[in-house]
Design a protein around this ligand. Structure first.
Ligand SMILES: [Zn+2]
Length: 147
């Protein structure tokens, strides 16, 4: 699996995901700062979140495919509720579609962007938040020329 350059944001106090055998390859790729999405060997459909079989053709022949990390904002929310004392507001939660996995939706926090700068349709790059115990989870940052 290849790795792409990514930005890692360090945070404390965030819960880390509960990992199952089905989604372990997704989280393992995150540890390498790679966004890898499950894909069906039978019909080539992308599947996210990971499932034990393809939701399109029911094949159990699946693999995880490393993506470029480029994505497009589909929607977002600007949040002002501070759920933990070590968080600051406002923070942006973004729903994005990877440019190389049409139909897939990935949700994550947006960094390096103010609420006023956010736009539906803006290009973003996958970044990672280091949750508790160094567990990286996907996040986003604005795409910059060449980045
Ligand atoms: Zn399939």
């Amino acid at each position: 699996m290849t790795s792409f350059h990514s930005t890692v944001y360090s945070t404390v106090g965030r819960p880390f995901p509960r990992v199952s055998p089905i989604d372990e390859p997704f989280w393992s790729a995150c540890r390498s700062h790679v966004l890898a999405i499950q894909r069906c060997d039978g019909c080539s459909a992308f599947i996210h979140p990971p499932l034990p079989r393809c939701s399109t053709c029911l094949s159990e022949d699946l693999h995880f495919e490393a993506l470029s990390g480029r994505a497009t904002v589909l929607t977002y929310t600007v949040n002002h509720h501070v759920w933990r004392p070590d968080w600051t507001e406002p923070y942006i939660v973004c729903l994005a579609e990877p440019d190389d996995a049409a139909g897939v939706r990935v949700i994550g926090e947006m960094f390096d962007c103010s609420p006023a700068e956010m736009r539906i349709g803006m290009p973003v790059r996958v970044a990672f938040i280091e949750a508790n115990h160094g567990f990286p989870v996907p996040a986003f940052r604005p795409a910059k020329a060449g980045g």
